[in-house]
Design a protein around this ligand. Sequence first.
Ligand SMILES: *Cc1c(COP(=O)(O)O)cnc(C)c1O
Length: 411
Amino acid sequence: MVVKINENYLKLKSSYLFTEVARRESEFINANPDADVIKMGIGDVTKPLVPSVINAFKDAVDEMGSADTFMGYGPEQGYGFLAEAIIENDYKKYGIEFDKSEVFISDGAKCDTGNIQEIFGLDNKIAVTDPVYTVYVDTNVMAGRTGKMKDDGMYENLVYLKCNTENNFIPELPDEDVDIIYLCYPNNPTGTTLTKDQLKVFVDYAKENKAIILFDAAYEAFISEDDVPHTIYEIEGAREVAIEFKSFSKTAGFTGTRCAYTVVPKELIGYDSEGNEIEINPLWNRRQTTKFNGVSYPVQKAAEATYSEEGQAQIKEVIDYYMENAKIIRDSLTEIGLTVYGGVSSPYIWVKTPNDMNSWDFFDILLNEANVIGTPGSGFGPSGEGYLRLTAFNTLENTKEAMDRISKLKF
Ligand SMILES: *Cc1c(COP(=O)(O)O)cnc(C)c1O
């Protein structure tokens, strides 16, 4: 006997994108040690946690150090105080009611969007937008829901909903039956949004086809446009067909602190092989209670503090700072004749490469001639070819300097 591996892992494309970006960057720095390289590819926040979060975090740490306030294992689903704050602030505000048992607090939306697929059968047909946050694709490859990657960069048995200039980044409904659709809005990597009417098309499709939408709203806090929904549950009928993922990572700088949540409404149903209706909520509850032991108490207290009046004001200030950067990037690039998308309700700016250049050639020009690093769009899927992603997470000074340099280039 020998140990057999899960061969689905062998189908995964190597994480070529960020390793190749890092390789070209260090090659450039070795050849040009004095160059001041500005990183505009960062997908991580850079501002520290705000004071009200830090205070709550510290107070909770002190509680852990005293016998009468010490907390051991908490509920796997998260503490009631945080679930209540979430329901009150992220849903009631929009006229949406949830029970605490429909909110599952976790240590990340990456884990949740990755783990959620295991409560669904392997014979479900999956659709993703293209370009895409690769977690949705790779976790389904690992589970065996796809075939091999084809020469065109697409996996067999996976449905790609193209998002490009032609459709103004509004994905069309799949032209074959699908069971599970991943949507992320505001979108990473394109920074584009869907209006309520555009999202309703997908909700209606899901209702009609007994499908489920996995809606990633990690960038909700960046929304500035009135007709862009803050939660998919603003769309009529969505509680019957959608699971929503949210995170404190981009909202409040929790990328290194780790806290997120997933909403699984009681109304949501799937089907067993005999066609019986099965509630999804108890399945996710069973998955979490079996495989997860909750987020640490101080982190949940820190997350709760983001909802205080002071906390809300402080995190808004940070988001406004990033969005000022986004505006500078948009305006500067538009000024020199480039076509850009996103950056209005999102920290990502999706730049169409000039003269139909490919993503990597444009990356090289920006690196070599402006010493600015972006992320080649082709790394996010075949439809990302011909685009480059810039982010608003650098400092204001660096953002301005990077735009000054790019503005001097001739395309
Ligand atoms: C950053 C990001 C998340 C957040 O992941 P965490 O694990 O909560 O840090 C989720 N989805 C997308 C698309 C993201 O870009």
